[in-house]
Ligand binder design. Structure first.
Ligand code: AMO
Length: 445
């Protein structure tokens, strides 16, 4: 038997590398994106993993004979000579003069939608989502999720540079972490368990081990309503850090992470930013205002009467987004000191006024993208708060091991990846920024 030694042969050349192969014969692999037949020649556009490449077919240069067999979405390997020229602005342009085409596979059927335009034209979101495996082949749709990769990558890179350890918490849990009714119950042999609403209880436990931890993973919320900002499964970018001086440390870490992410998008995801016309925010500093001051602004400046003085409705978040832009020229605003009644049991109350908490939300262009704050680290204080909220501490025995056996002052946050992507790209619906959304009506594809 042959032995496998891990040799990786990159036999195909990436378009970005064409400049180093000018005049040479190279190969590329991908899908036939479009065929444009002209008199005596044809343009065959090949869609590779990253871009579309113009290839020129002329019978005099090619061993391959173009016929009706070659169609859009055929998988091919194309061999040809890299040819350079200048575009109207004098920039170098590269294309491939086809010498041969090897057909690797042909589609069984024609695509149900046209994907080879710059963007999907006039196709309803539901159809786009129904056909996700193929609608994502469209360059603009693909770019959304490449850019989303950049966000998660930036989050990971920044935190690793700052001494955080990546963790993997279980998604089958013995208790819901966030309270409320939006928890999925799971039939787990003879036991009642729940799908993780967040990695909250575990990331706190792991502060006791690694001091600074983060996780990027799916979480589950049994949202019973169909809104443009809620999913039943979303990707939560969480971190938790110990030995903090206050919850401002968490907000500073998040601000640093966001700056890093935006810079990464501008530099390494410039093509996607351009395709998507993404409006990447400039972040220097982010204003922070207290919850009750935010309520005052909503009532006095915007003359809007809130229906709930313990939380914000979506319209109030929008108004605060407008306020941040106008007063501070900022796309972001931290709202701090949320009322204790509306925050989960692990949240630390403000010693100066226990009606409020040492917690915050971050709004981005008028949408909540983050919740975070300082946690209770004293065992007795945590048990007492649980009892006050009607939560049985015995149900959280493993969680309370952190507190019982010593916990540093700590805190953290969770960012909704899809929500951040949604507002970065100016989408109206979070599903547009979700590869395979799960909502009350959708579990496929
Ligand atoms: P929270 O429940 O506020 O906090 O969630 C944190 C962030 O997750 C996003 N989010 C959602 N995104 C899409 N669909 C949903 N149904 C949904 N629900 C929430 C939002 C929100 O700001 N454990 C805490 C975080 C922490 O304190 O560390 C938590 O999960 O962007």
């Amino acid at each position: 038997m042959d032995k496998i030694n891990g040799t990786i042969i990159n036999e195909n050349v990436a378009f970005a590398d064409f400049k180093n192969h000018d005049g040479e014969v190279v190969s590329i692999a991908g899908y036939v994106h479009r065929i444009r037949e002209m008199t005596g020649f044809a343009f065959i556009i090949i869609r590779t993993a990253k871009e579309t490449i113009q290839c020129v077919y002329a019978p005099e240069f090619s061993d391959y004979r173009l016929d009706e067999k070659l169609c859009e979405e055929a998988c091919v390997k194309v061999y040809g000579k890299v040819v350079s020229s200048k575009d109207a602005k004098g920039n170098d342009r590269y294309e491939l003069q086809i010498h041969d085409i090897k057909i690797l596979s042909l589609p069984a059927e024609q695509l149900p939608i046209v994907i080879n335009k710059k963007q999907l034209d006039n196709i309803q979101l539901n159809t786009v989502l129904d056909l996700r495996p193929v609608s994502m082949r469209n360059p603009k749709e693909r770019a959304i999720f490449k850019l989303q990769e950049g966000i998660a990558r930036g989050f990971r890179e920044f935190l690793m540079k700052n001494g955080f350890t990546e963790i993997r918490s279980p998604k089958i849990n013995y208790a819901g972490a966030e309270g409320g009714t939006n928890v999925f119950k799971l039939d787990y042999f003879d036991k009642q368990v729940y799908l993780a609403q967040s990695p909250q209880l575990y990331k706190q436990a792991l502060v006791g081990v690694f001091q600074r931890v983060f996780e990027i993973a799916p979480v589950f919320r049994a949202e019973h309503h169909d809104t443009s900002r809620h999913l039943n499964e979303y990707t939560s970018m969480d971190f938790e850090m110990g030995f903090i001086n206050g919850f401002e440390d968490i907000m500073n870490m998040e601000t640093g992470a966001l700056k890093y992410i935006m810079n990464l998008l501008k530099t390494e995801y410039a093509e996607e930013v351009e395709i998507l016309h993404a409006d990447i925010p400039e972040i220097t500093e982010i204003p922070a205002i207290k919850f009750m001051d935010a309520k005052k602004i909503i009532m006095e400046k915007f003359k809007y009467t809130p229906s709930d003085m313990k939380d914000f409705d979506p319209h109030e978040e929008e108004l605060l987004g407008k306020y941040a832009k106008k007063e501070f020229n900022s796309d972001f605003i931290f709202i701090t000191h949320y009322p204790s009644k509306k925050r989960p049991f692990y949240t630390m109350d403000d010693p100066a006024d226990p009606e409020y908490t040492l917690s915050f939300d971050l709004l981005f262009r008028g949408l909540e993208i983050t919740s975070g704050g300082q946690r209770i680290h004293d065992y007795h204080a945590q048990v007492e708060k649980m009892k006050k909220l009607g939560t049985n501490p015995e149900d959280f025995e493993t969680y309370l091991m952190l507190h019982k056996y010593g916990a540093p002052p700590h805190g953290g946050l969770g960012i909704g990846l899809e929500r951040l992507t949604m507002h970065l790209l100016g989408f109206k619906n979070v599903r547009e920024a979700t590869m395979f959304p799960r909502d009350i009506n959708r579990v496929t594809p």
